[in-house]
Write a protein that binds this ligand. Structure first.
Ligand SMILES: [Zn+2]
Ligand SMILES: [Zn+2]
Length: 567
């Protein structure tokens, strides 16, 4: 007869393994979505996205999740699963693949969009692309994963159900409940409902982007109706429509409106041309050859037969639309009578840039149709009514809001509470948090590094210190002083040289610069008289004296860079 310890040991061995999820990005910001799903010591990465920099990050091209946790556990990573093709979910893949070589799962379109950057980085040989179909269930690392169709602002996105040792973990992906999607491919609520019944959903992670917006997001097809109306109202005029290049359903509706009004379609901008080609190849875009025309040939057509679909809806400085607005596009010269439709909403932070582009378009004499004038755009994310619908169908035991700024997460949790999820079973997590799901429920695990990783040129060498310096330089400028001293005789050998950028305009401020030089010379001589000899303390003296003088005389705080050389 085995003793009770042996029975307990055996029971413990039979307990299913815990499931663990670690959030590396996307919880507390819109962007750089990335999570690690773990069981039996194996890891599946769910999305690996980028975030676009805000004005507080001068010179930064992109922001990545801190991938050090994955780098440290590289041998344990079995796969990457991509929910859909947006950059905030796929744009970091090229950086992740520097450290590991794994299969990447996603829909054909998602993989097609994601592979662009990976190819540009020359890392194609480090990845095996694995296409998955709607509703497919297959082994991915330590789990079975089922790919459930959802509607969103890029076609062929998925919610993903992971069948773990601890039950079903359902991740919504980015989604809305579009009841009339352009391609008829609905969010598969029926499947989610059947999972909720059998075997039940233990943990739901859901998109929080629009958790503060009441009601329901309008259907994508409503934009098609608006476009047809706008096109009809501007017969005889050239039409230029800008939208996200990955929003192929929007592009389809622009093309349909163009064809219905007797126009040919030309693409403008590299990513638009590339994505239209990809969409047509995959059968997602239905635009016959005869409906397309090269953008260089549009001048041969009458104005009323032209529709140009262009990149640049976010006011990106070098995009096709910005160049047109500045009168610098070599391909399309805007003129009075042209109509520009901005079929997008500025991402928070881009409003100013988009505003400037709209100004430029008006300056060229064009008419501008944007969301302030006509409903030429709808969101790709679920509002409160849709989030509540998902919660009511999924009926999860545990709930964690994902994909949002902190306030979106908090408000999404409140929605879940209003739907009857118990307070202690709805958790707000942030980047770096980890959760462990076992038989008893969810416990918070140890935190991992999840700070911003800044990309400027090459990745990783821009830290917080560098950014702080850049902010001071941008806001206050720099004053540099170079002094040569003879510490043994206690003398400043020649008047210190003061050089500045961004503090005062030097040619008009000679008196200030001379005063600065004299101030530093005096301070150094005094310090040497008191026994200071080493370079470090003399530089400290120079910085303090110059900083004080600059502050008192100009009420400014530029960066002070002292260089003291001994002879
Ligand atoms: Zn998305
Ligand atoms: Zn997203």
């Amino acid at each position: 007869m085995p003793g009770w310890q042996a029975v307990l040991r055996r029971q413990a061995a039979e307990l299913p393994d815990p499931f663990r999820i670690t959030f590396l990005g996307g919880l507390g910001e819109i962007g750089r979505n990335c999570a690690c799903l773990e069981q039996d010591g194996r890891i599946v990465v769910l999305d690996c996205g980028v975030m676009f920099p805000d004005p507080q990050m001068p010179g930064i091209d992109l922001v990545l999740p801190d991938l050090s946790y994955l780098r440290d556990h590289a041998e344990q990573v079995d796969a990457v699963v991509l929910t859909h093709g947006h950059e905030d979910h796929t744009g970091g893949l090229a950086y992740l693949l520097r450290d590991l070589s794994v299969p990447v799962y996603g829909s054909a379109l998602t993989l097609g969009l994601a592979s662009n950057r990976v190819e540009e980085a020359g890392l194609s040989d480090r990845v095996r692309w694995v296409e998955v179909a709607d509703g497919e269930r297959r082994r991915v690392g330590p789990f079975d994963a089922e790919f459930i169709p959802v509607t969103h602002s890029v076609p062929h996105g998925f919610a993903t159900a992971f069948f773990t040792a601890q039950g079903v973990v359902l991740h919504s992906g980015d989604f809305k409940l579009d009841l009339q999607p352009v391609d008829g491919r609905l969010t598969d609520l029926a499947r989610i409902g059947s999972l909720a019944v059998d075997p039940g959903i233990r943990l739901l992670l859901a998109d929080s982007t629009n958790a503060e917006e009441p009601g329901f997001t309008a259907s994508e097809t409503s934009v098609g109706a608006t476009l047809r109306r706008v096109f009809a109202a501007h017969g005889g005029q050239r039409l230029i429509v800008t939208c996200f290049a990955s929003h192929l359903h929007r592009v389809q509706q622009v093309a349909d409106a163009a064809r219905a009004s007797g126009r040919k379609i030309a693409t403008l901008g590299r990513s638009m041309a590339k994505n239209v080609e990809l969409g047509r190849r995959l059968g997602i875009l239905d635009i016959p050859d005869g409906a397309l025309v090269d953008v260089e040939r549009v001048q041969d057509l009458p104005d009323g037969e032209v529709c140009i679909v262009s990149t640049g809806s976010q006011g990106e400085p070098l995009s096709a639309l910005s160049l047109m607005a500045a009168g610098e596009s070599k391909l399309v010269r805007l003129r009075p009578g042209d109509v520009v439709v901005i079929s997008a909403h500025p991402i928070p932070g881009n409003e100013w840039a988009v505003g400037r582009v709209i100004d430029g378009l008006y300056r060229r004499g064009a008419e501008v149709v944007h969301t302030g004038v006509e409903p030429v755009h709808v969101s790709g994310h679920a509002r409160q009514g849709e989030l509540q619908t998902l919660l009511s169908i999924a009926r999860p035991e545990w709930f964690v809001p994902v994909h949002g700024e902190y306030r979106h997460l908090v408000n999404h949790r409140r929605l879940a509470l209003s739907m009857g999820v118990p307070e202690e079973q709805a958790l707000v997590c942030e980047d770096g948090d980890s959760l462990v799901l076992d038989d008893r429920g969810i416990l918070r695990g140890p935190a991992v590094p999840a700070g911003y990783l800044y990309v400027d040129g090459t990745v990783g060498d821009v830290g917080h210190g560098v950014l702080r310096d850049r902010r001071v330089l941008a806001e206050e400028g720099v004053v540099m002083v170079v002094a040569t001293v003879d510490p043994h005789r206690g003398e400043v050998v020649a008047p210190p040289q003061v050089v500045t950028r961004g503090w005062v305009y030097a040619p008009e401020a000679e008196a200030l610069l001379e005063e600065a030089s004299a101030t530093v010379a005096k301070a150094l001589e005094l310090a040497m008289a008191e026994g200071a000899r080493d370079q470090e303390s003399l530089q400290r003296t120079a910085r303090r004296a110059l900083g004080r003088m600059v502050g008192e005389r100009t009420r400014r705080r530029p960066m002070i860079v002292p260089v003291v050389v001994s002879v």
